[in-house]
Design a protein around this ligand. Structure first.
Ligand code: G4P
Length: 517
């Protein structure tokens, strides 16, 4: 490693900075209140002056990421944005994730960059399909989960029932951190089970108010029957503290933020091929988890979002780009605030910085101060939809090739070049990704395309000895393609065909997930 060891004073200062970092994402089923909660959190953190900057009145999803027509038209958030704010002496990075499940790959990558997730549940609906899926993704990485049961100002399910449902549906222990005071229209505040403090939105209620009487009765049950908060269980992703609230009425929002301040978690160790990298190691390391081009339609820029995984990153420093072995100068790293970008002078483990570049950086890339280290855990999933790209204007073939590579590097779609030389095939997990590809090719590259079906329904990366792969590729020429890194991919027409091929080819391994890096 090229970094010099820190003196104990500067190591202490570094550790202090890093333990202040809180990087999290909010996961939820559409309509549970993620946008509203985001607004309220940002407002509590002073990052926006008034609610409504995240979503303009009457419209959904008006974050600063709404640069894309498709996103506005369809009312979905396609891209991930990062919002940074301070609260309670901590620096928070809130990483937004796309609401629609067709962009779940993007969500997965974003979750590799957070230390914790806030799971928002609609109090009337309980655990819904998308919540469950997103939770499963968090579980794969043991990401600690904080639960926020939202919309308590409306008719809601019974609180004990909701806690049971979370435990049963997600196999996750629940420890209520707060308890609601009053229900539906009578919901006026929360009781903190750890500090025994009450928080009211208006004047405190007298003890003989029926809502306080109900609270006292319920607390007996809660304290007798439910486990207390256990920090180790939380950090390991086994137990979730539960908060009750109403994002709309701003009840329970500061309870949630205060808990994130108190319990964190601070930046977790990030897994790499050779070892786990701890946040407070002195050497800088960073992981690119997201690429986004043309955020500003007036400047064709390309921003790599990188999570700083260890150390202190500062402007002007040179880092090693491990995939290529080349030096990479950080001239203009950027922080992303709720409303505008700012030049970053320094960033610490847990922070996310935007690094403008011209295509050098790719998803899954590692930057270090010299160590040959590769972070793991940023995957490509085998696409479930495969389409051949049909070019309307043959004169634009070269432009299309370049554009497809750029957009595939960004993770918009996966690109497969058939070994038989036919037109490229794109693979996606959700069909909306195809719409995004089509509209971006038109808007940003001036290339009109259509899609044609292919005989293929599944793709698998293959690994094995070179000569075995070569012989297999010869035999299966019309079903073989190379992915964007030149890795061989077998395309199967059905699950049956795939099973048969796997059985008949014991010397090769077929993968439905490819680790990048
Ligand atoms: P999402 O990002 O998870 O999809 O949810 P979003 O915040 O957009 O909220 C979905 C709907 O639920 C919105 O109503 C929002 O106002 C409402 N909502 C969010 N939090 C609460 C809450 O704590 N209590 C109540 N009663 N409602 C809440 P909408 O009618 O779809 O939109 P709008 O007209 O209010 O903008």
């Amino acid at each position: 490693m090229s970094e010099s060891p820190l003196t104990s004073a500067s190591q202490k200062a570094l550790t202090q900075e890093i333990t202040k970092r809180r990087s999290f994402a909010i996961i939820s089923h559409p309509d549970a209140g993620k946008t509203t909660l985001t607004e309220r959190i940002l407002r509590a953190g002073g990052a926006i002056q008034m609610a409504g900057n995240v979503r303009a009145k009457g419209e959904r999803r008006r974050t600063r990421s709404d640069w894309m027509g498709i996103e506005r038209d369809r009312g979905i958030s396609v891209v991930t944005s990062v919002m940074t704010f301070e609260y309670g002496g901590c620096i928070f990075n809130l990483l937004d994730t796309p609401g629609h499940e067709d962009f779940s790959e993007d969500t997965y990558r974003t979750l590799t960059a957070v230390d914790c997730a806030v799971m928002v549940i609609d109090a009337a609906k309980g655990i819904e399909a998308r919540t469950r899926k997103l939770f499963e993704i968090c579980r794969l990485r043991d990401i600690p989960i904080v639960t926020f049961i939202n919309k308590m100002d409306r008719e809601a399910q019974d609180c004990f029932g909701l806690l049971d449902e979370i435990s049963a549906a997600l196999a996750l222990d629940t420890a209520p951190a707060t308890w609601p005071i009053g229900r539906a229209a009578q919901f006026v505040g929360t009781y903190d089970l750890r500090t025994r403090a009450t928080h009211f939105i208006a004047a405190p209620l007298p003890d003989d108010d029926p809502r306080m009487v109900q609270l006292a009765e319920e607390l007996e049950l809660v304290e007798g029957a439910l486990p207390p908060f256990d920090r180790d269980g939380f950090n390991a992703g086994h137990l979730t503290p539960v908060f009750f609230g109403s994002a709309m009425k701003e009840i329970g929002v500061t309870d949630l933020l205060d808990a994130l301040v108190a319990y964190g978690p601070a930046p977790r160790a990030q897994p790499a091929e050779t070892r786990d990298v701890k946040g407070d190691e002195p050497g800088v390391t960073a992981l690119v988890f997201k690429i986004q081009a043309n955020m500003d339609p007036n400047h064709r820029d390309r921003i790599a979002f990188a999570r700083v995984c260890s150390g202190r990153l500062h402007r002007g420093m040179r880092l090693k780009h491990v995939r290529t072995g080349k030096q990479f100068a950080l001239h203009t790293p950027q922080f992303f605030f709720a409303r505008e970008r700012q030049l970053a002078e320094e960033a610490f483990a847990g922070d996310v910085v935007g690094i403008p570049n011209h295509g050098t950086l790719r998803i899954g890339d590692t930057l270090t101060e010299g160590e040959d280290l590769r972070f793991t855990g940023v995957p490509y999933f085998a696409p479930e939809i495969l389409r051949r790209v049909r070019l309307d204007d043959a004169m634009k073939a070269k432009k299309l090739r370049q554009a497809l590579v750029e957009l595939a590097e960004e993770g918009v779609v996966q690109l497969f070049r058939p070994q038989d030389g036919l037109a490229p095939i794109v693979g996606v997990v959700g069909v909306l990704q195809l719409d995004v590809l089509q509209s971006r090719l038109k808007a940003e590259y001036g290339v009109a395309i259509g899609f044609e079906s292919t005989p293929f329904t599944m793709a698998r990366w293959i690994t094995g000895q070179d000569k075995v792969i070569e012989a297999f590729s010869q035999a299966q020429r019309s079903a073989m393609a190379d992915d964007i890194d030149g890795d061989p991919v077998f395309l199967a027409s059905s699950a049956f065909m795939l099973r048969r091929t796997i059985e008949m080819t014991p010397d090769l391994t077929f993968h439905d997930i490819k680790q990048i890096g």
